[in-house]
Write a protein that binds this ligand. Structure first.
Ligand SMILES: *Cc1c(COP(=O)(O)O)cnc(C)c1O
Length: 341
């Protein structure tokens, strides 16, 4: 028997503060042409690139619960940071606009720096306060968030830090627990099922999916493909976030690292850098389905799916749902990398 029913799980989620942002449910589609081109598995896609807010993406689901918490705490300004082409910062900026909050972005220079294109262009157009700094990691950004928060508090403001790697993680994951409920009801309505989920993930997305799948007792395999090489084993952190998420929802579930598959073999030369496998995957989806992946996350996840199909880790008749996590505005800052040599 499943640990929790769909309505029990939905009721737990309903108790949390939530600021609606996403157009849900996002569509599920069969990718018949891509399936044929690959020769199996059977590939479906969940279109979280169509969550609706400022060109969509997976962070919109997460931000519904993060913003819910920020508003419940009376915040008046959000602080967030990542790479300069961050999808998270773009969606957080749009969420702040809708919630009537100010937002301050502290961005790593990263691969793309201050080039006013893609996500950074959109951040500017939405009126975010932007600082670009020369640091190499989120760990170096974190003290800058705190420093900025202290400065704002000294001015009488009520800052709220969105830190995807720590405090905000369990809240954000709940967006994907809800996503699993949504997907299950879509599959039930279509009288179909899946065997495996493939998703570009390093953090809240996979944790939330794992919580939803385990809570409902679904037999689905969840395969995360990492967009970035972390120094530490990612499955440890994802399991920890999943356990925290379950605790926030008052579910009696815990997660161990061995339960988490997060494959780091498709990062290529590094975070935000496009290799041949990612470029091939990106173009294959575009040419067979008119479906746009993104250069930093989903093209690498699709490269992973193609490799797993090729070496038999995905069976020919397996039903694989590719959870498209968005990121498409970054395409416009990656024209050369995507066109290739
Ligand atoms: C942020 C992001 C991810 C990863 O989400 P996590 O919750 O950090 O695992 C995947 N795909 C896209 C397009 C993203 O922007």
């Amino acid at each position: 028997m499943a640990p929790y029913t769909s309505s029990e799980l939905a009721a737990r989620i309903k108790e949390l503060p939530r600021f609606p942002l996403a157009h849900l449910p996002t569509p599920v589609e069969k990718l018949a042409n891509l399936t044929r081109a690959v020769g199996g598995p059977q590939i479906l896609v969940k279109r979280d690139d169509l969550t609706g807010l400022a060109f969509g993406g997976n962070k919109t689901r997460q931000l519904e619960f993060i913003l819910g918490d920020a508003l419940a705490r009376g915040a008046d300004v959000l602080i967030i940071g990542a790479g300069s082409q961050s999808n998270f910062c773009r969606q957080a900026t749009a969420a702040a606009c809708k919630a009537g909050l100010e937002i301050q972005l502290i961005l790593q220079h990263g691969v793309k720096g201050p080039e006013r294109q893609g996500n950074l262009l959109l951040d500017e157009l939405m009126g975010a306060d932007i600082t670009i700094v020369n640091v190499d990691s989120m760990h170096e950004l974190r003290p800058l968030f705190r420093e900025r928060a202290d400065q704002l508090r000294a001015l009488g403001r009520r800052p709220y830090i969105i830190d995807p790697l720590v405090d905000s993680a369990a809240l954000g994951s709940i967006g994907f627990v809800n996503g699993v409920l949504e997907l299950k009801s879509q599959l039930d309505a279509a009288r179909t099922d899946i065997d495996t989920i493939f998703v570009a993930a390093a953090n809240m997305t996979q944790a939330g999916i794992l919580v939803g799948v385990k809570a409902l007792g679904l037999p689905w395999r969840v395969i995360g493909i990492a967009p970035i090489l972390f120094a530490e084993d990612r499955s440890v952190d994802i399991a920890r976030i999943a356990s925290q998420t379950a605790a926030v929802l008052d579910l009696e579930l815990t997660f161990e690292p061995w339960e988490v598959i997060n494959d780091p073999h498709f990062v290529g030369p590094g975070y935000g850098l496009v290799d041949d496998a990612a470029r091939h995957a990106f173009k294959l989806a575009a040419k067979t389905e008119g479906l746009f992946l993104d250069p930093v996350y989903t093209s690498k996840a699709m490269a992973g799916l193609l490799a797993w199909a090729k070496d038999g880790r995905l069976k020919k008749d397996e039903r694989v749902l590719f959870w498209h996590t968005g990121g498409t505005p970054a395409i416009f800052s990656y024209s050369q990398e995507l066109m290739g040599p």
